[in-house]
Write a protein that binds this ligand. Structure first.
Ligand SMILES: [Cu+2]
Length: 164
């Protein structure tokens, strides 16, 4: 009953369009590389913070990130910032597309992964696994360091959050 039949395997290859998914664990995740990822160290007591990164897609078709999860917050959402009458507001988005042969940059003031309702306080240097769920059902796990935007030579300067 469990005997492996090479003939079946060949038939499977020929009928790949129908059998796709069986031995296809990684999928679009294989095409993505993530660099410059970090989680912004939020002030003590903050209920939420953002994760930022550059996502490159080496594949021939658009890949959409449709969900995210992580180990340190109860809720993980995909967000963007919109300028509404001069006021920057965060808005949840249903997906984040990464163009074929191109990249999408998640950065402060733009797209980001939102970590909401922290389970534990983050410390600078912590590594947080974040799982990105893709539109083909595959997923990619990345290890993201916590960084303090106020320390070092921050690229953004300014908005350090010191004003009330
Ligand atoms: Cu947000």
């Amino acid at each position: 009953m469990n005997r492996f039949k090479p003939k079946l395997m060949l038939a499977g290859l020929l009928g790949a369009a129908m059998n796709c998914g069986i031995a296809h664990a990684a999928g679009a995740a294989d095409q993505l590389t993530v660099s410059d990822a970090y989680i912004r160290l939020a002030p003590p007591g903050a209920m939420a913070t953002g994760a930022y990164m550059t996502i490159r897609n080496a594949g021939p078709r658009e890949v959409r990130i449709v969900k995210a999860a992580n180990t340190v917050s109860r809720i993980t959402e995909l967000h963007t910032h919109l300028n509404e009458g001069g006021v920057m507001k965060m808005r949840q988005v249903k997906d984040i597309p990464v163009p074929p042969g191109g990249e999408t940059v998640l950065k402060p003031g733009g797209l980001h992964v939102m970590l909401i309702e922290m389970r534990l306080p983050l410390r600078e240097g912590d590594l947080v696994p974040i799982t990105l769920g893709l539109d083909d059902g595959s997923s990619k796990v990345i290890s993201v360091p916590v960084r303090n935007p106020g320390s070092g030579s921050g690229s953004m300067g300014g908005m350090a959050g010191k004003k009330h």
